[in-house]
Write a protein that binds this ligand. Structure first.
Ligand code: IMP
Ligand code: MG
Length: 184
């Protein structure tokens, strides 16, 4: 098991890259089955910054024409959600009348997704779908229909494969979990 130190905290390997990639293979297959042969050009909405790597890996596997649009939302400080979601960068293109697949790194409280769905409805998306790489159990308490979930994890703080601790650790190829035993 590998350990990494990010600022004041120690993390240990939790999901190796090959498992992440095979979970993305499976979720991409399901999206392809639903969207193949579509006559519109669905939008993949990359939620910056956490979803950069997941969006890149997912789009390589999609077999229908799609367009990438980005936006940036923020709610976490350190290892905790503030509960307040701010849109810090608007949508990079007009999505009026388009089908939008929200591509998220992780759904935790579900607040970010709820805010995104509100924004997309306001901007006139014809339909929204949610695709998340990771799902924490807490999210299930909200009345959220998640269309595509690659992996479910317990309610612990993780980093890597796009996810950060105070903006570092996003470049790690594997996913790491906070190591409580190492005294953080
Ligand atoms: P939610 O709004 O509580 O669902 O949180 C979603 C956002 O919080 C995600 O898009 C991540 O950016 C961030 N987040 C949630 N859990 C973690 C974690 O364990 N590590 C790093 N970021 C996280
Ligand atoms: Mg995020």
């Amino acid at each position: 098991m590998e350990r990494v130190r990010l600022f004041d905290k120690t993390f240990r390997t939790f999901i190796p890259n090959r498992e992440i990639e095979s979970a993305i293979d499976k979720v991409a297959e399901r999206i392809n089955a639903d969207f193949n042969g579509c006559e519109d050009i669905p939008v993949l909405l990359c939620v910056l910054n956490g979803s950069i790597l997941f969006t890149a890996e997912l789009m390589k596997r999609l077999t229908f024409n799609c367009e990438i649009v980005s936006t940036k939302l923020s709610s976490y400080v350190g290892t905790e959600s503030t509960g307040k979601v701010r849109q810090v960068m608007g949508l990079t293109a007009d999505i009026t009348g388009r089908r939008v697949i929200i591509v998220e790194d992780i759904v935790d409280s579900g607040n970010t997704i709820l805010e995104l769905k509100r924004i997309l409805a306001e901007k006139g998306a014809s339909q929204t779908y949610i695709c998340t790489m990771l799902l924490k159990p807490e999210a299930c308490r909200k009345d959220l229909r998640l269309d595509y979930v690659a992996m479910e994890i317990p309610n612990d703080f993780i980093v890597g494969f796009g996810l950060d601790y105070n903006e570092i650790g996003r470049n790690l190829k594997d996913i790491y979990i906070l190591d409580q035993e190492a005294g953080q």
